[in-house]
Design a protein around this ligand. Sequence first.
Ligand code: G
Ligand code: G
Ligand code: MN
Ligand code: NA
Length: 255
Amino acid sequence: MKMERDLRQAVSEKQLFLVYQPIVNIRTNQIDGLEALVRWEHPENGLVSPAEFIPVAEETGLIVEIGEEVIRMACEALAEFKQESILKHLYVNVNVSSLQVLARTLDDHIRQNLLQMGLDSSSLNIEITESILIEDYKAAMSFVRELKSMGVQVYLDDFGTGYSSLSYLHKFPFDAIKLDRSFINALGESGQNRAIVESIGQLAHSLGINIVAEGLETKEQLEVIEQMNYDLIQGFYFAKPMKIQEVKAFVSQFE
Ligand code: G
Ligand code: G
Ligand code: MN
Ligand code: NA
C-alpha cells in the first residue's frame, strides 16, 4: 500500500511536524498552554491531515513510532520554550489514540524524553478519548495511573461524543475534561444546549476536574461560556493551530 510506504518514509525523513493551538485561561485571559497537533508534509501531495493518516498508522502499527516522534517533538518544543521568560510557563498537550495506549510502551517513552530533555513533568499533558476507556479499561487505567505517578496530567478529550459513561469520570483521575466542540457549536440553537454545557462544567467542578471549552469560534460563544465558570477555552476565535515560530510570536504578543 502506497500510503503505508510513504508514511514509513515520513517518519524516517522527518516529514512530520507539530502545529500548536493556544489554550486560554478564561479568568486571567492569558495563554496557559498549547495543544500540539501533528501534520504531515508529503513531498508530492502536500499537507495531509491526521484525520487521514492516523487511521492508516493505526492499521499498520506505525502509530507507535509516530506517537514516539510526536512526544519527542513536543518535548523539544518545551525545551525551546524554557529558554524564553515569556514562554517558559507554557504547557503542551499531546493527543494519544487508543492503539498507542494498548501498545503499552508510550509511558516509558514519555518518561525518558522528559528526563533526557530536563523537563518538568507538569509541563506535559496527555489527551485521551473516551473510546479507550471502553475498549480496554485495564490498559487505560494503568496508562493513566502511570502518567499521573510521574506528574503528567491527563485530559479527557472530545467529551460527550463517544459512548460516554459518566461512571468513568470519577473512576479515572482526570485533571481536565475537554467538552467536544459540537456542543459549543450548538450553543446558539437552544436554551437546552446551554443548560447541557453549563451542567457539564458544574459536574466537572464537583468532581474537582477542570473544564475546557473546545472549538470556540465566535464572540457570542465566548460571552456565553464566560458566564458559565469554565476554566479554559480553545478555538479559532483566538487562534488556529500554528507552526512553532508563529505560535511563539503569537504568545509573546497576546494580552
Ligand atoms: O488537527 P486536526 O483537527 O486536523 O486533527 C484531526 C484529528 O487528529 C483530531 O481528532 C486530533 O485529536 C487528531 N490528532 C492530531 N494530532 C494527533 C497526534 O499527534 N496523535 C494522535 N493520536 N492524534 C492526533
Ligand atoms: O480531537 P481533537 O479535539 O484533538 O481535535 C482538535 C482539532 O480541532 C484540531 O484539528 C483543530 O484544528 C480543530 N479545531 C480547533 N479549534 C477549532 C475551532 O474553533 N473550530 C473548528 N471547526 N475546529 C477547531
Ligand atoms: Mn485533542
Ligand atoms: Na477534542
